[in-house]
Design a protein around this ligand. Sequence first.
Ligand code: HMG
Ligand code: MG
Length: 306
Amino acid sequence: MMKLALPQAVRVVEVGPRDGLQNEKVHIPTEQKIRFIELLAEAGLPVVEATSFVSPRAIPQLGDAGVVMAGLKRLSGTDYPVLVPNVKGMERALQAGVRSIAVFTAASESFTRHNINASIAQSLENFRPVLEMAQREGIAARGYISTVFGCPYEGAVNPRKVLEVARALLDMGVGELSLGDTIGVATPNQVVEVLDLLCGEGQIEMARLAVHFHDTRGTALANVLMALQMGVRTVDAAAGGLGGCPYAPGASGNLATEDLVYMLNGMGIATGVDLEKVVAATRFIAPLLDHAPASKYYQAWQASCM
Ligand code: HMG
Ligand code: MG
């Protein structure tokens, strides 16, 4: 039989409490956010991105980031990174005892301007002191690149711009890069094109790359499968398929953690994640939202309970 190049294990980065909740219109009480994060950690997810230390004017829903981090009972084996856009955010994060951060920019100028009110070059300059602070404190830093496969304002994005931003972030001390399909337009051939450029000509180690697909057009799992075949071992997902960026018109939910873990389980690829406990976390947060979770696995589970 033909042998497929697939990994034995995948590291799933849960972004529901951050990417998911940042996009919710209804106010979610701090206590419930904390419980959601704890349930996801108890499900065995090795990384649970907890919140954002961004301007509360930009993302009012996550204005309670400090209180969330202070109230969280942290499991020793779980990493709880937070988004940090600038020194002010980093100072708040340090005060809250954060041990892992993510900075975020994009491969298109218009999105960067809308999202963080800066050019790409300015955003990188803003990260420099943040990453120096992280290094001094021994804090791990991830770098997100948004609009890798398409921009809501500019359309097509040149993969060479992705490489340029990736190099700049790595040179500044970012340990891991997450490649964001912010508006869920990517198709598997684009995944091949981008990864090939970054890891071929760009000589970036595949081990330093994560993929972050929004499932707006239903291509997220196909893109993940392609990324895995190319050697990616870290995949972002959000419980229930929550997520989206208020500054990316038309963006909808992330790839659902349930859908990802279901596929990986079926393929015999280890994640350490208990699928039914992820469902329990989604079941906990769902009544607090003004819409049903988009996760296909979750919907099938609900239908089977009727
Ligand atoms: P700005 O208005 O240009 O910043 O915003 P500023 O420095 O002029 O500050 C304006 C006000 O905000 C000031 O307050 C600052 O103190 C305050 P004032 O003096 O007027 O009362 N401020 C802060 N307050 C608390 N914490 C802070 C902070 N910074 C400034 N850290 C800024 C620039 C970057 C701050 C703003 O645009 C921002 O916070 N943007 C964040 C937007 C965001 O979170 N977007 C979603 C995350 S990205 C995403 O979802 C994509 C991803 O999932 C991957 C993918 O899917 O592609 C990661
Ligand atoms: Mg996202």
